[in-house]
Design a protein around this ligand. Structure first.
Ligand SMILES: Cc1ncc(COP(=O)(O)O)c(C=O)c1O
Length: 405
C-alpha cells in the first residue's frame, strides 16, 4: 500500500471506528478545493458537480468569502441572540429586500428552518382556534431529519423506526391538481398550511409546474392557509433566478432557506410575510447559534457576490450547455430516460441504478450524486467555468456509453 493510500485507509478506519455509521460514504477524503475543483489526500483532482449538496454554490475557497471570514473572526464570532447584531440585522434586511416584505428568523440548518416553519403553522392554527389542524405536504418531498422534518417529508423509508410521527400531516402527489383540490375539500376549515419544494430535490429533481403552484397559491389564499415554500435547495441562484418562486408571479407566505446561504458555513433562515410576522410571539422560539456574527457576515457576502458578479448569467449559460448536451446523450444512449430540472439543478433519470454510475464517475475524477435510485443529480457550483462543465459532462457521457455496451 503506498503512503497516500494508507493515509486514506487511516482516515477511513478512524471514521468507521468513531463516527456513527449513518452515511453510505464514497471512498475518498478531500483535502482542499479551488472553485469547481476538489483535491483528495493524494492530490488527485475532481470536478465538483455536487457542491456539497447545493451548498458551496460559489465554489471552494472564494477569496471574498475568505476575506470576510478572516475580518469577522478577528472582530467577533458569536455573542447571543439576547443582544442586537449589526451583521444579523444587515443580513435580514438583504433577505427581505430580495424576497418579500416580512421578517426573518435566522437558524443553523435547513432542518431547523423546517422546524420553525412547522411551529409557525401550529401557532397559526392555535391563533385561528383550529384544534385539529392539517398541513398538506407532497409525496417524494424532503424537508429535513428532525421529527417535524421527517413528519413533513413524503418518503416512507424515512418515516419508519422512530415510533409515532407528528400528527396532522397529509400527503398528496406532486403536480396532481385533482388531489390537491380534493385534500383542501376533504379537510375544509382545517388546512393551515401547504408545504412544497419548487423542485423536489432528494427524490430525483421533480419540478412542480407553474399551473400547480398557482393552484396551490389560490387554494391557500382562499382557505387562509400558509403557502410554505422550501427553497433550501433551490434558493440563491441554483435555478437561474435568485429564488425559484420569482418565476411564479406571486410570493409565498413563508419560505425556508439554508444550504447556499452560507457558502459552507451552517446557517438557515425562515422568512415570514408581513401578515404572519407576529404569529410566533416573543419567547416562543429561539436558538443559541442561529445568525451569529460570523454566519451572518458570510451569508451577507454570499448574497452580495451573487448579485454583483453575474453569477445568475453564468448559471443560465451553463444550464443551456448542460441541458443541450444531456439531451443529446438521451438521443444517443437508451440508458438516459429523461433530463429534468432548471438552471444548474439537474436530474438525469437512467434506466439503470445510478449509484454505480456515480462511483465510476468518481474514479474518473467527477463528483456527481446518485439520488432516487436511478437519478444522477448534477449541481455544480454556480460559478463553474464552461471548460470544467464540459469536462465533467464528457466524463458522464463516457461512463454512460460504457454502461450501455
Ligand atoms: C429541500 C430540502 N429541505 C430541507 C433540507 C434539510 O436541510 P439540512 O440538511 O440543512 O438540515 C434539505 C437537505 O437536503 C433539502 O434539500
Amino acid at each position: 500500500m503506498n503512503e497516500t493510500a494508507s493515509e486514506f485507509q487511516k482516515t477511513k478506519e478512524l471514521s468507521d471506528k468513531y463516527l456513527l455509521d449513518l452515511f453510505n460514504r464514497y471512498p475518498v477524503a478531500f483535502r482542499y478545493g479551488v472553485n469547481e475543483l476538489l483535491f483528495d489526500q493524494n492530490n488527485k483532482q475532481y470536478i465538483d458537480f455536487l457542491s456539497g449538496v447545493a451548498v458551496t454554490n460559489l465554489g471552494h475557497s472564494d477569496p471574498d468569502i475568505i476575506e470576510v471570514i478572516r475580518n469577522q473572526i478577528d472582530k467577533l464570532m458569536h455573542t447571543s441572540n439576547w443582544f442586537y447584531s449589526e451583521e444579523a440585522s444587515r443580513l435580514a434586511e438583504l433577505l427581505i429586500l430580495n424576497t418579500f416584505p416580512g421578517k426573518v428568523f435566522l437558524c443553523n440548518s435547513g432542518t431547523e428552518a423546517t422546524e420553525a416553519a412547522f411551529k409557525l403553522a401550529r401557532a397559526y392554527a392555535e391563533q385561528k382556534q383550529i384544534h385539529d389542524p392539517i398541513i398538506i405536504s407532497l409525496h417524494k418531498s424532503f424537508h429535513g431529519r428532525s421529527v417535524s422534518g421527517i413528519s413533513l417529508t413524503g418518503q416512507k423509508k424515512l418515516h419508519t423506526g422512530f415510533g409515532k410521527l407528528l400528527e396532522g400531516i397529509e400527503f398528496v402527489s406532486p403536480n396532481s391538481e385533482e388531489e390537491l383540490v380534493e385534500a383542501f375539500e376533504r379537510f375544509a376549515g382545517r388546512v393551515v398550511a401547504f408545504i412544497a419544494e419548487p423542485i423536489i430535490g432528494e427524490s430525483g429533481i421533480i419540478p412542480l409546474s407553474h399551473g400547480y403552484m398557482n393552484l396551490a397559491r389560490e387554494l391557500t389564499s382562499e382557505n387562509e392557509a400558509l403557502l410554505i415554500l422550501d427553497e433550501i435547495q433551490t434558493g440563491f441562484g441554483r435555478t437561474g433566478t435568485m429564488f425559484a418562486f420569482e418565476t411564479y408571479g406571486f410570493s409565498p407566505d413563508v419560505m425556508t432557506l439554508a444550504k447556499g446561504l452560507g457558502s459552507g458555513f451552517p446557517i438557515g433562515a425562515l422568512i415570514v410575510a408581513e401578515k404572519y410576522q407576529n404569529v410566533l410571539a416573543k419567547g416562543t422560539h429561539g436558538t443559541t447559534y442561529g445568525g451569529n456574527h460570523l454566519g451572518a457576515a458570510i451569508a451577507y457576502e454570499t448574497i452580495r457576490i451573487i448579485q454583483t458578479r453575474d453569477v445568475l448569467a453564468n448559471v443560465n449559460s451553463c444550464s443551456e450547455i448542460a441541458f443541450s448536451r444531456l439531451n443529446q446523450m438521451k438521443q444517443k444512449n437508451k440508458i438516459v430516460k429523461e433530463v429534468r430540472g432548471k438552471g444548474l439543478h439537474i436530474g438525469v433519470e437512467l434506466t439503470i441504478p445510478s449509484r454505480p454510475v456515480a462511483e465510476t464517475c468518481l474514479e474518473k475524477g467527477l463528483i456527481v450524486n446518485a439520488t432516487g435510485d436511478t437519478v444522477i443529480r448534477i449541481m455544480p457550483p454556480l460559478t463553474i467555468s464552461t471548460q470544467y462543465l464540459n469536462e465533467g459532462l464528457d466524463i458522464i457521457e463516457s461512463v454512460l456509453a460504457e454502461a450501455h455496451k
